[in-house]
Design a protein around this ligand. Structure first.
Ligand code: S2G
Ligand code: ZN
Length: 431
């Protein structure tokens, strides 16, 4: 098998040395650790197809990886599986007239932003892990990030896609425009499929014009409720592109970890980004120049990193209907404390569309009872168990709380149609 893979991608792109493969055996949070026997790094779509065909012939399961920033064990290999590292797929072309990019699966979101900016354009998905997360991985997880409230998730940016199926066959459809209405939309189906239906090798993505102006504001509020009310109003303003919630403990932790000067004390904060300064209250901290914009965003973007300094973090990425959001955010620390009195509960996130991150520290990060407690509290409030991080292995056992038996049966039929031998990312998305 190894010599066959080396013949396809070159011996230097087949890793078995634990010094190299170890990083591929664990997820970003360190909560989920598996075994990476071999990591193969194809350099072209054709090589991906040949690798898949070789693995299929040997009935060897494959685990696709991009930046490996999954937070739900969506790309953690087990013994006997082949990690297919797609980061070498670096193709990147921008068509400024059509406002379309064609990107290889391994292109980082940051690189895509920079290529688009050269043409006065931008890619609408942005997230803190932009310099590691890849086009392929963010399609597989249908990543959300900071601008979903205005531009939608990764799925909404997809015009076309190139992919390799479990048997090594290739499929590609890149119309080059939005209005291609010619049957089932494969890009939409593969977005969020978490590497279980196909290996995404390239994508055709819509680009949007750069913002006319970039105004970032930080506002303090006396309560979570007040911040959620203001955030909901901000989300309704078409000029607003991002509406993020933070609470005082998280902001203080970020300042402690990063050395940033704390903003004026408040129980809760909204960080908003808009193309216009209109409508901002007088007491808001407003940033117009790039240095101030970066500083204000750092309060929010460095939450995950700051919380991670407290140890492996139990992350629950959930969305609540807007009317339930403030009550949930107020109640969830008590829900956790009732069972885990010493736990740290850190709340922050994309309040503009109801997606918040419940991060819990100081507990055994593999504790599924904690997940059960929080996810059921979310579902009891008509929320969803995963909003942008996907399901992976970490949340598969709760999928039935939000998807019906009929839907789950259909999932299995779709999986069987694409990957009848169950070779792609086994255990992900299916309990
Ligand atoms: C965020 C980033 C990932 C994390 O900050 O919006 O989605 O660690 C998160 O929670
Ligand atoms: Zn997020």
């Amino acid at each position: 098998m190894l010599s066959e893979l080396a013949a396809i991608v070159g011996a230097s792109h087949v890793a078995t040395d634990p010094d190299i493969t170890a990083a591929h055996a664990r997820d970003w949070t360190g909560r989920f650790v598996g075994t990476a026997d071999v990591v193969v790094s194809p350099g072209t779509d054709e090589e991906v197809a040949a690798v898949a065909a070789a693995c299929a012939a040997a009935r060897t399961p494959m685990v696709p990886q991009g930046g490996n920033t999954s937070l739900v064990a969506g790309a953690v290999p087990e013994a006997g599986q082949v990690v297919v590292d797609l980061r070498r797929l670096q193709r990147l072309e921008v068509d400024p007239v059509a406002r379309v990019a064609v990107a290889g699966a391994g292109v980082t979101i940051g690189a895509l932003h920079r290529a688009a900016a050269e043409h006065g354009l931008r890619y609408a998905v942005d997230l803190a892990s932009r310099d590691t997360a890849t086009v392929g991985g963010t399609i597989a997880t249908n990543a959300g990030g900071l601008r979903v409230v205005r531009h939608g998730m990764t799925r909404a940016q997809l015009l076309g896609i190139g992919a390799v199926l479990a048997d090594g066959s290739r499929v590609e459809h890149r119309p080059g425009f939005v209005r291609d209405n010619t049957g089932y939309h494969l890009p939409s189906l593969l977005a969020g499929s978490e590497g279980t239906l196909a290996l995404v090798t390239s994508a055709q993505l819509r680009l949007i014009p750069l913002m006319a102006g970039r105004v970032v504001a930080l506002q303090g509020f006396p309560s979570i409720e007040a911040a959620v009310v203001a955030g909901t109003a901000a989300a309704a303003d078409g000029r607003v592109e991002a509406v993020e919630l933070m609470l005082r403990p998280g902001v203080e932790l970020v300042c402690t970890v990063t050395g940033l000067a704390p903003p004026p004390a408040a129980a809760a904060y909204l960080l908003t980004e808009s193309s216009s300064p209109d409508g901002l209250p007088d007491d808001a901290l407003v940033a117009l120049d790039p240095a101030d914009v970066t500083r204000l965003w750092s309060y929010r973007e460095r939450h995950a990193e700051a919380i991670a300094t407290l140890g492996p973090t139990h992350k629950l990425d959930v969305t609540l209907p807007q009317p339930m959001l403030a009550e949930f955010l107020t109640a969830v620390p008590g829900v956790v404390a009732a069972a885990y009195p010493d736990a740290g509960v850190w709340l922050y996130g994309h309040v503009g569309d109801g997606n918040v991150h419940v991060n819990v520290t100081g507990v055994d990060s593999g504790d599924e009872e904690l997940s059960d407690l929080v996810l059921r509290a979310v579902v009891d409030r008509r929320g969803t168990i995963s909003s942008e991080h996907g399901v992976g292995r970490a949340k598969a056992r709760w999928l039935h709380l939000v998807r019906s038996p009929a839907e789950l049966a259909l999932f299995h039929r779709i999986k069987a149609a694409f990957d009848p031998d169950g070779l792609l990312n086994p255990g992900v998305l299916s309990a």
